[in-house]
Design a protein around this ligand. Structure first.
Ligand SMILES: NC(=O)c1ccc[n+]([C@@H]2O[C@H](COP(=O)([O-])OP(=O)(O)OC[C@H]3O[C@@H](n4cnc5c(N)ncnc54)[C@H](OP(=O)(O)O)[C@@H]3O)[C@@H](O)[C@H]2O)c1
Length: 323
């Protein structure tokens, strides 16, 4: 048995309960792991709230890091004691669990488990967004919403390392300063200022070729107005609520725009892609060009408070739980 944060119905943070769950032994192709750090991500709140469908009861969370405790039959590339991390496996808010071995990534020296839990989901997301969804080039200027958040701070640093100029939005002067310190060349307070006008001014009226929009409902339409003709809006999250149903004609009237709604799961579906993107993330972090700072740590038992803080825009950067 192990402690886990579980919910039996979807709803507010209060539905999460600290309970004992069965762990079991690893079967064919599986390993049992002990978490030492667990990532907190906005998607955890969508699953808990009911925005995304889930089977009940559900252990919260999607990402973790720790140590292999036992390996099942057929597992050859992991052994007890290996340090590992993963993302994309719902049910991570727990002390121990059994997981598929081929979804684990071994942590190299120089990457701590806390760093891994702070960056696997967020950093792999940044990787596919800037190398696959829209391949950024040196000299590009891009718009990134919620630039002081967990995904945002990694994006600002990685884009700076590539010679890309980031216009970052954030909801307070403190968050603007944080985004700037992490590499955003221009910052806009979208709670007080009209971000469309600011983006137009920064780009000499041209607009940007790509907008990375994880805020959703409140920024969608303005984001379209920040694009140059034939630009791409990457709608990859719903922090303010999902985008309302769209008449595709709006893409025509605003200049033959493109839209995509990608997920990390599709971009790490194969083991080869998971490993390739993870290696790229480890390399950029080890180079020091992207620093992973865990900005808030909560006890596993306090996961509900972590969700409250994330959803009320109190947090910046990466948040983790410690069992
Ligand atoms: N599709 C994918 O593959 C994928 C993968 C990872 C993450 N995501 C998405 O990326 C986004 C960032 O994830 P994260 O875990 O790093 O979270 P986060 O950015 O640390 O937190 C979300 C941020 O969104 C901003 N926000 C704007 N309006 C908000 C509102 N009404 N309520 C709450 N927050 C609001 C807040 O920043 P300000 O106060 O500065 O506005 C808040 O800090 C989320 O939307 C997440 O779902 C998508």
């Amino acid at each position: 048995m192990a402690k886990a944060v579980r919910y039996h119905k979807q709803g507010g943070p209060e539905v999460m309960q600290y309970e004992e769950v069965a762990v079991g032994e690893p079967g064919q192709g599986q390993v049992r792991i002990k978490h030492t750090a667990i990532g907190v991500n906005f998607v955890d709140t969508y699953q808990r709230s009911g925005l995304y469908p889930m089977q009940m009861p559900a252990v919260a969370g999607n990402e973790g890091a720790g140590v292999v405790e036992a390996v099942g039959a057929g597992v050859t590339d992991l052994k007890a004691g290996d340090r590992i991390a993963y993302t994309g496996l719902p049910g991570s808010y727990c002390e121990q669990r059994v997981v598929p071995a081929d979804r684990m990534v071994k942590l190299p020296q120089g990457i701590s488990e806390e760093q891994a839990a702070s960056m696997m989901l967020k950093g792999l997301t940044v990787h596919y967004l800037i190398f696959s969804t829209f391949k950024v080039n040196k000299g590009d200027t891009v718009l990134w919403h919620a630039a002081a958040g967990g995904v945002g701070l990694i994006a600002c640093q990685w884009l700076r390392a590539l010679g890309v100029s980031t216009i970052g939005t954030a909801g307070s002067p403190e968050k603007m300063a944080l985004a700037k310190a992490h590499g955003a060349e221009h910052v806009i307070n979208y709670s007080t200022d009209n971000f469309v006008e600011k983006v137009k001014a920064i780009t000499g009226g041209k607009g940007v070729p790509v907008v990375y929009d994880s805020v959703g409902k409140t920024t969608w339409e303005g984001s379209l107005d920040c694009l140059r003709p034939r630009g791409l809006i990457v709608s990859f999250g719903n922090a303010s609520g999902p985008v309302a149903p769209v008449n595709l004609g709006i893409l025509a009237s605003k200049g033959s725009l493109y839209v995509t709604r990608p997920t990390l799961a599709t971009h790490i579906a194969s083991r080869a892609e998971l490993v390739e993107r993870s290696n790229a993330l480890f390399e950029i972090v080890k180079s020091g060009k992207v620093k992973i700072e865990t900005t808030a740590k909560y006890k596993l038992a306090d996961a509900a408070q972590a969700h409250r803080d994330l959803e009320s825009r109190k947090t910046t950067g990466s948040v983790i739980l410690v069992p």
